[in-house]
Write a protein that binds this ligand. Sequence first.
Ligand code: SF4
Ligand code: SF4
Length: 384
Amino acid sequence: MSKVLISDCKSYETTALKLAIQESINELGGWKHFIKPDQKVLLKINLIGPKKPEKAATTHPEFVRAVGQLVKEFGAEVYVGDSSGGAIAGMAPTKKSFNVSGIQDMANEEGFTVVNFDEMGPVKKEVEGNYTNDLYITKAFDEMDVVINLPKMKTHSMGIYTGAVKNLFGAIPGLRKAKYHKEGPNPLDFGEFLADIHMSIDNMPLHIMDGVVSMAGEGPTAGSIYPAGKILVSEDPLALDRVAIEMMGIDSNKVTILKASIKRKIGNWNMSDIEIIGTFEKLRNYKLPKRYYSRETMDYDRVKGVIDFFKAVPIVDQKKCIGCNSCVESCPVNAIDLESKLIDYGLCIDCLCCHELCMIEAIELKSTKKWVNVIRAISSVFYK
Ligand code: SF4
Ligand code: SF4
């Protein structure tokens, strides 16, 4: 049986956050159950890219401040780290992301050490039942005594949902993430990478989800903000994700990226194996992505033609595009033309990295057929 603690918190005010988080930690036996004074504790945040905190794409700096202060007050040394997705001029934009997201300034104020996983480099890992023999994750996890996972509650245009399990993809430093997207282009295979990463880490006992202001719609970077007012805490990342999914109104069968983690038992998935403590409620009118993949849950071959006909594809809005080339350099199959930014859909593997990583939201998901977009716009008026 896994416990998932849910607390209400409507703002990023430090005192309110600390009270809510501490209450949940107390239910789990207090900080002493997870860390010791003088240990090095890494807060693994969601720093998907250079996005401002109010966009709800990254773990909010005030949320990180609150957890960091609690850990520091217990006597441990606080580190904050991640590796962003995408590429700018051939480099992952992690340093820029720390600045834009407000994490760097907050860390400076609090005396936390920022750890850029890209600068630290990777270490090769082998785990039982490996999906890949080529798993390289950040050295930071090995160099810290304890890792605390701080995911953001969000929708995801590929996997429908992203939370505690998916947050560990940032443990892959730099541009290697694009390689894994290429090797695991569908959510089922991609989920195997996520399970590999989780199974390779043995010092991450705690997961605290920032759902104070979450992301709905076209997540994980271009969605709308949704003030969920929730903080979820658990020792079990899969159980935490299951509860978040239920709250967001997502059909748990459709979260294909978590199938491998369920199969490889990185935690509990069935609601009957999860004890919920706190205020569980269905979040009303939580908008889900227009498209996402759940190939394992449908007879994909039979409906593929229909899906392809109606499917939305990434399209660069030339008026918005500033030519940063992040999409071009992030595309694992070189499907985006360097000059025109036109996408070769014959090469495109639908990983949606470009959509996810265009930080000015110049890549939309639309059908190439105008009237399909008209039908979609009309139906969205009725289907809210
Ligand atoms: S669409 Fe334009 S602005 Fe967006 S990532 Fe690509 S080049 Fe950069
Ligand atoms: S163009 Fe296609 S393959 Fe390339 S990053 Fe975008 S979605 Fe992925």
